[in-house]
Design a protein around this ligand. Sequence first.
Ligand SMILES: [Cu+2]
Length: 206
Amino acid sequence: MSPTSTQQQMDSQEIHPRFGYIGTGDDSPPVEPDHTINLAIKPRDPVPIPEFYFEPTGLAIEPGDTVRFNLASPHHNVNAYHPAFGYTQRVPTDAPPYSSPILGVGEYWLYTFETEGVHNIMCAPHELFGMVGSIVVGSPTGPAANPVGEAPAPSEQSRPPEFTAGLVLSDPAMTPENIADQGSVSWTDLAPESKRPLLTPVQEEG
Ligand SMILES: [Cu+2]
């Protein structure tokens, strides 16, 4: 029985346009990355919900550049804001619905951004806590150049970045123009109000 083309592609040493490339610390990647983004967690006492974030949170790159997403802490993924996943279109309209699996500490994911324009990405487990990022590929254009909550309009099948995800992507430092100007925007460049958790844990009854 021959494997499916998807399996062949996932087994190969290529960076797949939908599935990227999953690596571990001691392998040799198929492509040397041009940029690195860390997937991080930082406690914030006394609030029980830590900060979940991409570092840098905003990054300007060129079409064809490869980004290495490093797992500095466990249980994250990288996911495009794509209608195929039920989100409003916040990657260029001709970008594939790309995503990584949930990864563990010591693993990394490589992705080559071929499509020019603004790519809003998120970590699916931690999106609503604000773990989102914006990668400006070549030019600050496309659907994600629109402010969160404006066009493209959500539908019944798609939702915009909500809760802290919406705050982070609306921070003044995270405009596509600022990311393009600065080249890189750190999580520490964002206002504290943009990081505040809007979801709270269930209180245990005494
Ligand atoms: Cu995460």
